[in-house]
Every structure is written in structure tokens, then in C-alpha cells.
Ligand binder design. Structure first.
Ligand code: KG4
Ligand code: ZN
Length: 349
């Protein structure tokens, strides 16, 4: 089955054609990073306007690159939410219009279900990546979300942990902004933190009085700001080794918190497999740290390829295919059905 997917929840206008939920035939992305960079973050109105300009050329590019005609497309998948309302609207309206024009069913998809499904994606010239076959916990960690989900062969997917304030990616973006480093902060911080000492500064691991396994990053952000103010020359921004040490310590504090919550979630849920997804999962230091720590605990880590960690449409097609496999037949799919809070990763699918 070939699904054409559209994703416009934030600042990437993306389309993709994916076969059977995992084989990516094409996945062009028109990135708006240059548009938003000078504002230090995404400006919602500008995002919507740029989606309007880019969406049809990107869909056409997806079809051309995959050498695919509309007759060969079985369904259109589109991100329904969460995301920026105006940005989502452009994708949804485009999907519905194309669905009407070409008589294709339109499948609404939860953005985070998309991120989780990214672990099974690969191109035709790549081997299929290993996917979880057991009970798993999944961390979706991006600029807008930091949440853990759990799914067993007998229990549907459910959210077991969330952030109480900022998302981890948001913390990367805000710390980069404080240091005048540009947007998006994650990849810039990862690069500048290389060669820094992660133990140069100690940041406390947050704990909640109610014992919840939730996340919190706003205290860490404030702690970095306090360090900046306490410098001998607080008027200037740190550079060189001083900056590398601060960034490496900040990055390690984020990684340590993500690892701590994931490990506890796996223990409490009795899960042996862990999925890591979302933009922050691009971070090499995070991937390496989790792999080493979990290997010694006998836990298997599944991470999407970096290209499909940040927002993309291939992951939306992957989640739509899993949604459809519970319906089995496109003719019985009701496009007006209310969106489930999050569609299951569907073990083994
Ligand atoms: O998944 P995504 O593209 O969009 C959302 O759904 O939010 O994630 C974007 C976020 C940004 O906050 C960005 O700074 C972060 O992912 N990010 C990273 C890295 N690459 C992107 N964070 C840390 N290290 C990276 N290498
Ligand atoms: Zn995302």
C-alpha cells in the first residue's frame, strides 16, 4: 500500500510517499529555518504563510521523486495535531482538497504517533531497521514535547510521563538563545559542546514531591542563566573552552534526566525495549549515552535514523499505515472518526 503523507505542524513543509508503512520512496522537506532564525524561534503566522507557498510544490516533488502517479496512491495521511493551529490547517486543507480531487481517503494522524513510527523507516537501498517485538516504552522528545508512552502486546498505548514545564528541545533552543548562538539550538549546542567537560558544572536532577516520573527543564534553564550572571564579566557572553564546558554540562544534565526517567519507566512497566524519537533524538551524545547505559541493563534501544527524528512526513505515513492495519480495509475506514489521543505503535506491525 502506498500512502502520500503531509506534515505541516510547525516549521517544516513536508510530504512523503511510503510503501507499507516503512519503505520511504520519497520525502522532500521545505525547511523554514532561515525564515525563523532571525526571530530566535518559530513565528506561527510566518509558518502558516510559508506552508501555503510550499505545500503543492513539495507534494509534486514527492510524487516525481518516487516516480509515482496519483493512481498509484492508496490514501493521503496528514498530521492533525498537536502543533501550530494555522500551520496544521494548511496541511489539513491541502490533504482534504487533494483527497476530494483524486478520490482518496484522508487519514488524520497524531504527530507524536508519527515520531514513534519513525524507527521503522528506511529507504529502498537500506536494510529494514530492527523494530521492537516486546513490550516497549517510548520517549518522544522534541521542541514541543517530552513524554513517555508504554505499550504491551495486551494493553493499548498510553502516556505514562510528561513534562511539567518546558520540552527538552525547547530548553536547548532557549539556552542557545541566551548565549546568542542562533536557532535551532539543539544541533548548535551539540557541536559547540564537543571538547567541553560535562562535569565542569553540576546541575541538579529534578525530583517531584509526589514521586511522579515526569520531566522538568525550566529549572535547568534558570540555572544556566544564573551561571551566566555569576561570571566575572557578566556583560559579555562566554566563548571557547568556557562556553564548551557550560554547554557540555547543560547537555549532560538534559541527557541524565532523560535517561533517568526512561530507565525508571522501563523498570516500572517491566519493558525490555525502548524507543527514542523526536528532534532531540538526533543528538549523538544522547544516543551514545543511552545505548551504553541500557546495554549494561539488558535493555534494547531503538532509535530512528537522524533524518526521520526531526519533523518529516514519512513518519506520518508510517503511523497512518499502522492505524489502517487495525481497520484492515480502506473501504471500512471512516475519515470522520474522532482522532484517538495517540495511535498505537502496534507491536510487530
Ligand atoms: O521533532 P522536531 O523537529 O519538532 C518538534 O516536533 O518540536 O524537534 C525540533 C527540536 C528543536 O528544539 C531542536 O533544537 C531539537 O529538536 N534538536 C536537537 C538536535 N537536533 C534538533 N536537540 C539536541 N541535539 C540535536 N542534535
Ligand atoms: Zn515533531
Amino acid at each position: 500500500m502506498r500512502i502520500l503523507a503531509i506534515e505541516t505542524s510547525c516549521d517544516e513543509t513536508a510530504a512523503a510517499i511510503v510503501e507499507d508503512g516503512h519503505l520511504v520512496l520519497s520525502d522532500p522537506i521545505a525547511s523554514q529555518i532561515d525564515v525563523h532564525r532571525k526571530y530566535g524561534g518559530v513565528v506561527p503566522e510566518l509558518a502558516s504563510r510559508n506552508h501555503v507557498v510550499d505545500i503543492i510544490p513539495v507534494v509534486n516533488e514527492a510524487l516525481e521523486t518516487a516516480d509515482c502517479t496519483w493512481e498509484e496512491i492508496d490514501a493521503i495521511a496528514v498530521t492533525q495535531g498537536p502543533g501550530l493551529v494555522g500551520a496544521l490547517l494548511v496541511g489539513l486543507q491541502s490533504a482534504q482538497t487533494l483527497g476530494y480531487l483524486y478520490q482518496k481517503p484522508v487519514i488524520p494522524v497524531h504527530h507524536l504517533a508519527g515520531h514513534l513510527h519513525a524507527v521503522k523507516l528506511h529507504r529502498p537501498d537500506e536494510p529494514a531497521p530492527p523494530v521492537p517485538s516486546n513490550h516497549y516504552v517510548a520517549l518522544a522528545v522534541s521542541g514541543g514535547h517530552t513524554a513517555i508512552y508504554s505499550e504491551t502486546p495486551t494493553q493499548p498505548i498510553r502516556q505514562i510521563s510528561n513534562t511539567r514545564d518546558d520540552a527538552a528541545g525547547e530548553a536547548f533552543d532557549k539556552v542557545a538563545r541566551m548565549l546568542g548562538l542562533g536557532y535551532p539550538g539543539g544541533p548548535i549546542i551539540e557541536k559547540l559542546a564537543r571538547g567541553g567537560d560535562p562535569k565542569a558544572h553540576r546541575f541538579t536532577l529534578p525530583r517531584f514531591k509526589d514521586g511522579a516520573n515526569d520531566f522538568s527543564f525550566s529549572g535547568l534553564k534558570t540555572a544556566v542563566l544564573t551561571k551566566l550572571k555569576q561570571r566575572e564579566q557578566p556583560q559579555s557572553l562566554p566563548e571557547g573552552q568556557e562556553r564548551a564546558d557550560l554547554l557540555a554540562s547543560f547537555q549532560f544534565a538534559v541527557i541524565a534526566q532523560l535517561a533517568d526517567r526512561l530507565e525508571r519507566a522501563a523498570r516500572e512497566e517491566n519493558a525490555s525495549d525502548i524507543i527514542l524519537a523526536g528532534g532531540v533524538a538526533c543528538n549523538g551524545a544522547l544516543r551514545t549515552y543511552l545505548r551504553e547505559r541500557f546495554e549494561s541493563l539488558g535493555l534494547s534501544l531503538y532509535v530512528a535514523r537522524p533524518r526521520w527524528c526531526t519533523d518529516n512526513a514519512a513518519m506520518i505515513a508510517g503511523a497512518a499505515f499502522a492505524q489502517l492495519s487495525s481497520v484492515n480495509d480502506l473501504s471500512t475506514f471512516d475519515p470522520n472518526q474522532p482522532l484517538e489521543p495517540i495511535a498505537s505503535w502496534r507491536l510487530g506491525s
